[in-house]
Design a binder for this molecule. Sequence first.
Ligand code: NAD
Ligand code: TDX
Length: 332
Amino acid sequence: MRLLVTGGAGFIGSNFVHYVYKHCPDWHITVLDKLTYAGDEKNLAGLEPNRFQFIKDDICDEATVDKVVADCDAIVHFAAETHVDNSLHGPDRFIYTNVVGTYQILEAVRKHDKRLHHVSTDEVYGDLEPDSTEKFSETTPYNPSSPYSATKAASDMLVRAWVRSYKIKATISNCSNNYGPYQHVEKFIPRAITNILLGQKPKLYGKGLNIRDWIYTEDHSSAVLAILEKGKLGETYMVGANGEKSNQEVLEMTLELMGKPKDWYEFVSDRPGHDLRYAIDARKIRAELGWTPAYTDFKKGLAATIEWYKNNRDWWQPQKAETEAKYKELGR
Ligand code: NAD
Ligand code: TDX
């Protein structure tokens, strides 16, 4: 198997590359990544050149995408602009990478008749009422709220149309919020951990009552590999690990694990259009593909994540000041 991974130098992509490298010893992996502010080649350290190749380029570049897709057997497409706050204050890059970039991948997949797995998010479904027991499933109607989720929804729609009209061999997964090592310090959990490590109070948007459904990123990797190997072509799979928590609960647990009083945080202004609650019904992937998450103890996963940020200051410190300067401008 010659596997192409787009966005493989980012948070989830690099975790996935290490997972496949370990679990599929006879596969060759090529990463195509533009190395935006969110990508770091260091995330892929330790991979032997006989089994791994890195190409720094843009998924919107038609000639590059055509060549790398022609040279592989299958593609897992992670590359995207991913931060909701960035999308609210500068949507153009999101349109370019998430929509046009996915279009270029689809056209190359169509031309060269390759297998594609498209990685998407639960945010395409909008949000749920905080006090309901309803969850997102594969049949929930799309209802995106932010420029980020609208562009991810657009990319999913393109994949569905290419499956229906051109019969490309593709699957889609819509996963909930990931956490774990190598996540950029702009995102909630790493931002809170690194603030605390630097002696600065972490920030809670609005009233802190918004709910996210957390999954340890290695469980996302095992789900994507299961879909790539056993998924039914043309199908969508929801991925989640029953990890619903309010932002306040997550922050209090982080503070407790790091030896701080549980109210040692600041409320800041809310994100415009802030989705209230996400929750995933993952019965289909569990029943049809036999996938189960391995990391179901959130507190344990959070403690491991805190340890990683404590031990890898060199990795996150260079990004921290610039990230916080951007937040300061937004008043968050
Ligand atoms: P990330 O922001 O950490 O990494 C994105 C990667 O894509 C970076 O390495 C970046 O350099 C690369 N990239 C961006 N634009 C590119 C372009 N034009 N050409 C080539 N490479 C480019 O993102 P992440 O959190 O790892 O998310 C990966 C995927 O998973 C995304 O598609 C995202 O929508 C999806 N997803 C993320 C989450 C989450 O909680 N983070 C949850 C569900 C789904
Ligand atoms: O400092 C903060 N304080 C805070 O309360 C930050 C950065 C965030 N928040 C809140 C906003 C959200 O309710 O925490 C929650 C999580 O925020 P993010 O980490 O920005 O994630 P979210 O907006 O939920 O989106 C994430 O999950 C789905 C990823 O960034 C997306 O790429 C993915 O598709």
